[in-house]
Write a protein that binds this ligand. Structure first.
Ligand code: SAM
Ligand code: SF4
Length: 353
């Protein structure tokens, strides 16, 4: 296996790197301190979830995508500006060739400025990677799983891959990784099954977070038909379970409850019915190096141009300063108009959620 760290300048690997590496922390115009990077390493995927992308998705030409070295350099630049948590995402991050090199290289910064390295995956390939991820220093993974019914899974993701996914989840558990399952609540699709999914996950010791579908990118289905508000789901769950609000916070938009009967924790991400932008601490970067300071906005800064310029360190610093100026106060998702164009034209697979 190639080791990207062999091709990266030494200064990017050591903790007491030069002065430029200890630049000012990232604080936006609303005094929010940025400490969390979601880094997409590919827009490609081996599934085609109906709420995420169309069957005939057009993927980016490979030359437009950052190399592993560039991704590493970019991540290091952000760590040097105070990012302490990195989530690798996609598309499906584990379909990117040699992706373990990036995990290994970034894993070497854990315990220094970087406190957490993690990923979001659909788990189709996780059985092959779980041990390597744990060795690289990954302690927890978010796995997307919307149904435990094989036929429904095949319909929803347009691929018959549930057995692979379940093997991936088992391998992650065996490798000692903590698992959080993410499920998008979809009207008329998995809404009747959510309590079974939660009960199963809790019986396996996994947390679950439910997510409301968001209007990102054109898909072949009507978004409004997919949208199931989570306050409806919560009320239904309360018909058979006792839910107690839990003050736990992962620093993100989820709000949590404990379920007495399952003994597990359940998170709700409700971008439509609630808005948690005031405490947003994150930036998202696509596989082409476009930095989006808000998931729900189209503001962007081109980090690839900075990385490929004659003075990458200085240009990257300036681009990040610019991102702090343009990060909007809040998103403006709306989910109330049938046939409306997506609030944001890009698909979730560009920014990785
Ligand atoms: N492929 C990986 C996976 O599915 O976990 C990582 C990327 S995927 C884009 C990240 C998360 O975004 C998944 O949990 C997925 O369910 C969610 N997602 C995708 N499109 C969405 C949408 N339109 N609304 C809400 N969540 C979405
Ligand atoms: Fe692929 Fe994840 Fe999008 Fe599903 S949600 S199509 S697994 S990127």
């Amino acid at each position: 296996m190639n080791d990207v760290t062999h091709r990266i300048p030494d200064l990017l690997l050591i903790d007491d790197a030069p002065a430029a590496a200890k630049a000012a922390p990232l604080v936006d115009a609303f005094q929010r301190r940025i400490s969390y990077l979601r880094l997409s390493v590919t827009d490609r995927c081996d599934l085609r979830c109906t709420y995420c992308m169309p069957e005939r998705m057009t993927f980016l030409p490979k030359r437009e995508v950052l190399t592993l070295e560039e991704l590493f350099e970019l991540a290091n630049g952000l760590i040097d500006r105070g990012v302490t948590k990195i989530r690798i995402t996609g598309g499906e991050p584990l379909v990117r060739r040699d992706i373990m090199d990036l995990f290994t290289a970034l894993g070497r910064r854990l315990g220094h400025d970087l406190k957490e390295l993690t990923l979001t995956t659909n788990a189709t390939q996780l059985a092959s990677y779980a041990d390597g991820l744990a060795k690289a220093g990954v302690e927890r993974v978010n796995i997307s799983l919307d149904t435990l019914d094989r036929a429904r899974f095949a319909e929803l993701t347009r691929r018959d891959a549930l057995p692979q996914v379940l093997s991936g989840i088992a391998a992650a558990r065996d490798a000692g990784l903590k698992i959080k399952l993410n499920a998008v609540a979809l009207r008329g699709v998995n809404e009747e099954e959510l309590s079974d999914l939660i009960a199963w996950a809790h019986s396996q010791g996994h947390e679950v977070t439910l997510i409301e579908v968001m209007p990102l990118g054109d898909v072949e289905e009507e978004r409004l038909d997919q949208y199931l508000p989570l306050d409806t789901v919560r009320s239904r769950l309360e018909e058979c379970w006792t839910l107690t609000d839990n003050e736990h916070s992962s620093g993100g938009p989820a709000r949590y409850v404990d379920i007495e009967q399952t003994g597990g924790r359940l998170g709700f991400i409700t971008p439509h019915s609630n808005n948690f932008c005031a405490s947003c601490n994150r930036l998202r970067v696509t596989a082409t190096g476009q930095l989006y300071p808000c998931l729900g906005g189209s503001e962007q800064v081109d980090l690839r141009a900075a990385l490929r310029s004659d003075d990458p360190q200085e240009q990257l610093a300036q681009a990040l300063n610019q991102a702090m100026v343009i990060k909007p106060e809040r998103h403006h998702f709306r989910m109330d108009q049938r046939g409306a164009a997506p609030a944001v034209a890009r698909h979730m697979s560009m920014t990785g959620g």
